[in-house]
Design a protein around this ligand. Structure first.
Ligand code: SF4
Length: 360
């Protein structure tokens, strides 16, 4: 970049920082993990909220954040929790590997770093479950270091401000380069949170409020009338659909049979009702049904539960019946009373299956 262009870029950045911080001081959302400009940062709160916010909306996270902070007010308290307790309280947030890594990270920081998160993103990146985004967020927001995390809101605002046409996901790298000039500002944490709020409330994905936007005359997309098109996206590859059969097995006292999933892989260590293999090949599902002794012994309910994971859609037919010669695919089983289901780490999928059984 030649020096004149660099100067123009810096001038634009300085003006955007000034206007954005002014906007943020008037319009910041009140969120339980936020603290004011003059207050001491709380890395535990920032880290917890940022881990929860990955793939989830602010509205959903608020209740979970309150629940965690009430139960585990400090990092030390969280580090002493069991994995089952953490998974149970995480139910409904999805992406359960985040909950397991949350606990690993809490234990690591408590036991090896005297309970103090490091300030620097390169040191934060070495902790379990912390990627570049969370490292920048904790460093910039809690420690007020010169780092601005790049989330979906920031990608949208920046790509519109600069009229960037590269489609997602490659666009992220381009925005990260642009954002570097914005790290040099007196309030990097407030600037990052301001951009997030600005993206969530004004520069929204659909129908951005350009007419009242304080950055309007700095915005290339507005000037080009491309704000409804940016950010561009590469078409996503279609997800395959897997099929399976799930079994609601009650004993004579009305207790439901649950089993624990394997330690590794999808929904690791969560509880589930037994099921066949989940496969795109329906013959394979039928063979699995025969192998576990389900064929002819279970009644199919008129319910198919649909659920979408990151890499595939799943359709589970729901069956019920007694144990008979049923051979579960797992050795860790447990009979659980229906009113005690909430005290077990059941993923949303399994709650849907159980609810489907209750509808019949
Ligand atoms: S003018 Fe419109 S598109 Fe540009 S930053 Fe403002 S709200 Fe976003």
């Amino acid at each position: 970049m030649n020096s004149t262009r660099k100067q123009v870029c810096n001038q634009k950045a300085q003006e955007v920082i000034r206007r954005l911080l002014k906007w943020y001081d008037k319009n910041a959302r009140t969120l339980p993990w936020r603290y004011g400009h003059h207050e001491q940062g709380n890395p535990y709160h920032t880290w917890l909220s940022e881990v929860m916010l990955q793939q989830t909306t602010v509205i959903t996270v608020i209740d979970y954040f309150h629940r965690f902070i009430e139960k585990w007010p400090t990092l030390k308290a969280l580090a002493e929790a069991s994995e089952e307790e953490v998974l149970t309280n995480w139910q409904g947030l999805g992406y359960y590997s985040r909950a397991r890594n949350l606990l690993k990270c809490a234990r690591y920081v408590q036991n090896n770093l005297e309970g103090a998160f490091p300030k620097d993103p390169s040191a934060l990146l070495k902790l379990p479950g912390i990627g570049p985004y969370t490292a920048s967020a904790v460093s910039g927001i809690a420690f007020r270091q010169k780092h601005v995390p790049v989330d979906g809101n920031i990608i949208r605002v920046m790509s519109r401000l600069y009229g960037l046409k590269t489609p997602l996901p490659d666009l992220k790298g381009e925005v990260e380069k642009v954002v570097k000039i914005y790290c040099e500002n007196p309030r990097p944490g407030d600037f990052a949170q301001g951009l997030m709020d600005f993206g969530a409330t004004l520069c929204r994905p659909k129908n951005p409020s350009c007419e009242i936007c304080p950055l309007q005359n700095k915005c290339v997309a507005y000037e080009e009338n491309t704000q409804h098109l940016i950010p561009f996206r590469k078409p996503k590859p279609q997800k395959p659909t897997r099929f399976g059969k799930a079994f609601l097995i009650y004993d004579k006292n009305g207790l439901l049979l649950l089993q624990k999933r394997p330690e590794k892989g999808l929904l690791a260590n969560m509880m589930e009702v037994p099921s066949t293999l989940w496969s795109t090949d329906s013959d394979e599902v039928e063979r699995s049904f025969i192998d576990i002794g389900g064929d002819g012994k279970f009644t199919r309910l008129n319910q198919t539960v649909k659920h979408t994971f990151t890499h595939f859609h799943l359709e589970l037919d729901v069956y019920h019946g007694g144990l008979n010669d049923f051979k579960p695919r797992c050795s860790t089983t447990k009979w659980v009373a229906p009113d005690a289901l909430d005290t077990h780490p059941l993923p949303t999928l399994m709650k849907k299956v159980i609810r489907a059984g209750n509808l019949c």
